[in-house]
Ligand binder design. Structure first.
Ligand SMILES: Cc1cc2nc3c(=O)[nH]c(=O)nc-3n(C[C@H](O)[C@H](O)[C@H](O)COP(=O)(O)OP(=O)(O)OC[C@H]3O[C@@H](n4cnc5c(N)ncnc54)[C@H](O)[C@@H]3O)c2cc1C
Length: 424
């Protein structure tokens, strides 16, 4: 049976998160959006959400986390990812850049959850639940490889005694790279190739503990939006990590083993990670969209503009049409997002839904925020309100975790049954 009512754990967390969004995040939104202070860490938020998360009974935020950890009652349906999706929506409603400073495994943790062995999940993810806040991050993008992830050049070679991997290369645009790689006892999940001649089959992911010698944060980007979130360039210069820190069975990660079994398991791990993280991005987009719509409606109400629901299409004003379209589009994006998370909770394939919700939500939030600025006129463009900031924050949802175009390609291929070599 399909049930659209909100389960109790989600209702219970809503009040706490709404309070944090409105009382902690919004008042500091401008402070951490300022380009002068853009790389300061929003501890006001991190401390509040960390305390809130402990109270709500779960540690750091990691998509595709183990449902068993959160679900002690076997009669209760698995909800871990739906709970997290709701949490991301509300925190992004507060501030999407600051939300990205939520302690937890983030993309790095999601990759471990997607591609790690049960022992690796336990070992690498346990840290996020207690003690001081910690962060994870994922480094895939390189100066010459963004959407075309199969072209990454960061190289992983085995040490002579076979006990270590040695990483060399440069990663750019790593969300939370400084928090995860330098400022906490977290880790960076690095995608590298063990043999570039093998293409996708040669790709593997490696857990690099924070402050490992040979790994260095070389730059923090100054950006259009989500400025509270650090976006790092990271250099790997003969960075040595233990043999077991490659995700999946380490013995299957050597070039010889991969050549003997070209299963592309490494690359599939990347795709499984995106299946988990694309709904998270979509939820963040919906959160920004909901904040915008709410503010816009309040603004219009103060101007005496009433939105008449149920009025026939021919009789609607232009603004009413815009508002109704915003509401419908945001709801559609949200339902797609919930479905993608629900499928994850059921341990069912969700690649199609994950890309669909990401495409829809990324497009909707870009349109909704720009339209709101337009409708509000100079007031919308002014820094007096947060609308112009939300417009800048929104666009990233159409870029990271696969751009809108790339995800449309995924959707088309999955619906039509083409391989990526057949439909690019
Ligand atoms: C703020 C921020 C944070 C980020 N965080 C991370 C992170 O944590 N980890 C990480 O690894 N990366 C991260 N990224 C990188 C992000 O994932 C890439 O920017 C994105 O994948 C696009 O890659 P690219 O920038 O190289 O653009 P390109 O791949 O060069 O794309 C340029 C344009 O061409 C289009 N295009 C490319 N290929 C196709 C195709 N096959 N069909 C149709 N159109 C196509 C794209 O849609 C885009 O419009 C982040 C980026 C930003 C801006």
């Amino acid at each position: 049976m399909i049930d659209f009512s909100k389960p109790k754990p989600i209702l219970m967390q809503e009040q706490i998160l709404d309070g944090i969004a409105k009382q902690v995040m919004r008042p500091i939104s401008r402070k951490y959006d300022d380009l002068e202070t853009t790389h300061e860490h929003p501890w006001e938020y991190t401390n509040a959400i960390w305390a809130g998360m402990q109270m709500m009974g779960f540690g750091g935020l990691t998509m595709q986390d183990d449902n068993e950890k959160m679900e002690s009652n076997p009669k209760r349906p698995p909800l871990a990812n739906q709970i997290i999706i709701h949490m991301i929506e509300r925190l992004s409603y507060g501030d999407a850049g600051i939300y990205l400073c939520t302690p937890g495994g983030a993309l790095g943790g999601a990759a471990v959850a997607a591609a790690g062995t049960p022992e690796q999940k336990k070992h690498f993810l346990a840290r996020f639940s207690s003690g001081e806040p910690k962060w994870g991050a994922m480094a895939m993008t390189e100066p010459h490889a963004g959407s075309d992830t199969a072209n990454i050049r960061t190289r992983a070679t085995l040490s002579e005694d076979g006990k270590e991997w040695i990483l060399n290369g440069e990663k750019i645009f790593v969300t939370g790279g400084r928090m995860a790689g330098q400022d906490s006892e977290g880790f960076i999940l690095v995608w590298a190739t063990v043999d570039p001649t093998l293409g996708r089959a040669g790709m593997k992911s490696f857990v690099v503990e924070a402050n490992t010698p040979g790994m260095k944060v070389t730059k923090l980007e100054k950006k259009m939006g989500i400025r509270a979130s650090d976006t790092a360039a990271i250099l790997f210069d003969n960075c040595r990590i233990p043999f077991d820190n490659v995700l999946g069975d380490p013995d299957l990660a050597t070039p010889e083993a991969i050549r003997a079994n070209t299963s592309k398991a490494g690359f599939q791990g990347a795709m499984a990670t995106f299946d988990a993280t694309r709904p998270a991005v979509a939820a963040s987009a919906v959160g920004i969209g909901n904040a915008t719509l709410e503010f816009l409606k309040e603004f219009l109400a103060k101007q005496g503009v009433e939105i008449r629901y149920g009025v026939p299409y021919q009789k609607q004003s232009a603004i009413e049409r815009d508002i109704l379209r915003m509401e419908a589009d945001l709801r559609a994006a949200w339902l797609l997002t919930l479905k993608a998370a629900w499928l994850m909770d059921q341990k069912l394939p969700n690649s199609l839904e994950a890309s669909m919700c990401k495409v829809k939500a990324g497009e909707v939030v870009t349109w909704v925020t720009q339209k709101a600025v337009e409708i509000m006129g100079p007031e919308g463009y002014s820094t007096k309100h947060l609308i112009e900031k939300w417009m800048r924050d929104a666009k990233i949802n159409d870029i990271f975790e696969g751009t809108g175009q790339v995800n449309r390609g995924v959707v088309a291929r999955l619906i039509l049954g083409y391989k990526s070599t057949e439909l690019r």
